[in-house]
Design a binder for this molecule. Structure first.
Ligand code: ZN
Ligand code: ZN
Length: 556
């Protein structure tokens, strides 16, 4: 403490240590601020808002070899070079990884308890300078006598091989891939709050994401880290929250961000905050939204095989096709033939892929889902659509997907030879289809879609899935499943179809207490399913969006 007085205001480079962190403020005034980190996380809340955002889905970390680990004198650190470790996309802003480093014990406490160690993956918004616009993902490690050595930390030199204080950097065997190391734990949820660097200069420019799940490491690894001079206990004590909000599995930004853009139709959208789409695209808050979970135990009406007079495929062979990246998915414009549905021709417009399925079947999410989009002959805009959804699971290589090739560098890929969609679709039709009335799964979310989801999944190889995801600019372009709001699902038959004129009475059920009156429900027969989007009031929308996003902010 005494020695700090002769260092005061020698900004930026004054020495500091973890023995008297309470003295940092004398040389680094920001360390006395009111939005400092770390803090204690109370897992029981209260939280300003709770959501279901998948933090890992927002990341695109990349595998890099030839990295080394160095000792900063305050612990071990691995540096990125020009964003080579990848990035995370939050509120449509990209943050590149700058470096990651470790603290033992942890800095954040959970319910008042320190954990063995905490990794900080430090990101910075692209274009920001200095210490501005940082985003840190904190990952906690626990340790016990029975815990095995953590393989990633072993490659960073724990318990043996790490550079000591003042020693030269040590190269890391193999590659560094934050995605493979942290995918599982990042999917466990997170706590989000605004804070600071936990070391001088304590700049209050950090969006903190403390991951809820914990990884394990051996006690020998903890001991080895703590035996290194300079980082015996390189954790700053927890700081006061001073009224700051903590968000669980959601961001504070949805309401704030969208209020600036509300009703600017055609506004940009992405998959980081799909719960915010409705602020710009009100239909996305409707009650006939897609995708949904298909609960095969709750099919309202089922027949053994599809009646070809209801749905008949007649896709024709097409040549000269291009497989292109639309920015939200990989798509082929394909206009050869279509389907006959309920006596009317629906022409094919295009088909595209979601890398991770949008629909789930009995709660199961598949690695990919293809959507073949059709529109009733003569209809315009987004009216009268019929979409066939096909699930892909990992297995044998898909000859169909392999024929498509892969667009690279943003350039469309020319598909060689002829392609016939029915070669892919028809064999699987024999296993039946699920049908229901829903929406586009992307803005503007128009509720004009007759959905036909094939019951049987096709297969694609892991390499095919990985290759497609690898070039995709947004992680996981799948909208989360939406509530049914009393809608019915039929198998090989459209729900609400009157077989003898008596089944339709039950379809509207409880009408789910909405503001939309009684227009939807049973009034969406086989013939048409348009005009639903006019059924909800603009008053109801914001309330529903607020509920969707879990944002109490919006009500204040
Ligand atoms: Zn740190
Ligand atoms: Zn789609």
């Amino acid at each position: 403490m005494a020695s700090a007085s002769n260092r005061r205001l020698s900004s930026g480079s004054a020495p500091w240590d973890h023995i008297f962190p309470q003295c940092w403020e004398q040389s680094y005034p920001a360390c006395g601020g009111r939005a400092q980190s770390p803090v204690n996380i109370a897992t029981s809340g209260p939280f300003q808002a709770t959501g279901n955002l998948d933090l890992f889905a927002a990341s695109t970390y990349t595998s890099v070899s030839g990295k080394s680990v160095r000792n900063t004198g305050h612990g071990l650190q691995v540096d990125a070079v020009a964003g080579d470790l990848g990035s995370i996309l939050v509120e449509e802003k990209k943050y590149n990884v700058l470096q990651f480093h470790m603290h033992c014990p942890s800095e954040h406490t959970v319910d008042g308890k320190l954990l063995a160690c905490e990794m900080h993956v430090v990101h910075q918004k692209v274009g920001a300078t200095g210490l501005n616009d940082l985003l840190v993902v904190g990952i906690l490690y626990e340790s016990d006598t029975s815990y095995a050595e953590n393989a990633f930390l072993a490659r960073l030199g724990l318990p043996s091989g790490a550079p000591g204080n003042g020693a030269a950097a040590v190269s890391i065997a193999g590659s560094v891939d934050l995605a493979s190391e942290y995918q599982t734990v990042m999917k466990s949820g997170f706590y989000r709050y605004d804070g600071s660097l936990t070391t001088p200069p304590c700049t209050e420019s950090v969006s903190w994401f403390v991951v809820a799940g914990k990884l394990q490491m051996s006690q020998a690894q903890v001991a080895a880290f703590r035996a290194m001079k300079g980082s015996e206990a390189n954790n700053r004590p927890v700081q006061l929250l001073n009224g700051r909000a903590i968000f669980k599995n959601t961001l504070p930004g949805c309401y704030v961000e969208s209020s600036k853009r509300r009703l600017s139709s055609g506004a940009a959208w992405g998959y980081v905050l799909p719960q915010c789409w409705a602020l710009n695209y009100p239909a996305c808050a409707g009650q006939k939204q897609s995708p949904i979970d298909i609960d095969t135990n709750a099919i309202s009406i089922s027949i053994g095989t599809m009646d070809p007079s209801l749905l008949k495929l007649s896709h024709a062979s097409a040549t000269g096709l291009q497989y292109k990246n639309t920015g939200h998915g990989l798509q082929v414009d394909y206009t050869a033939g279509g389907v006959t549905y309920n006596g009317a021709l629906y022409k094919t417009l295009q088909f595209h892929f979601h890398w991770r399925s949008e629909h789930t079947i009995d709660g199961k999410n598949y690695p990919a889902e293809m959507h073949v989009v059709h529109q009733k002959d003569g209809s315009t805009g987004t009216n009268d659509l019929l979409v066939i959804g096909v699930m892909y699971e990992i297995g044998a290589e898909s000859a169909f997907i392999s024929k498509l090739g892969l667009p690279s560098d943003g350039k469309p890929f020319n598909v060689s030879g002829a392609l016939t969609l029915d070669d892919e679709l028809l064999p699987a039709m024999a296993n039946g289809v699920y049908m229901y009335s829903g929406s586009l799964t992307t803005p503007p979310c128009s509720e004009t879609v007759t959905w036909v989801v094939l019951a049987k999944a096709h297969t694609a190889s892991q390499a095919q899935i990985d290759a497609a995801k690898g070039i995709y600019p947004e992680p996981n372009n799948n909208r989360p499943t939406q509530p049914l709001y009393g809608r019915k699902i039929g198998k090989n038959m459209f729900p609400g179809t009157s077989t003898g004129g008596s089944t339709s009475g039950s379809t509207s059920g409880s009408t789910s207490g909405s503001t939309s009156g009684s227009t939807s429900g049973s009034a969406t027969p086989i013939v048409k399913n348009e005009d639903v989007s006019s059924a909800f009031s603009s008053r109801g929308i914001l309330a529903r969006v607020t509920a969707l996003a879990g944002l109490s902010l919006a009500v204040r």
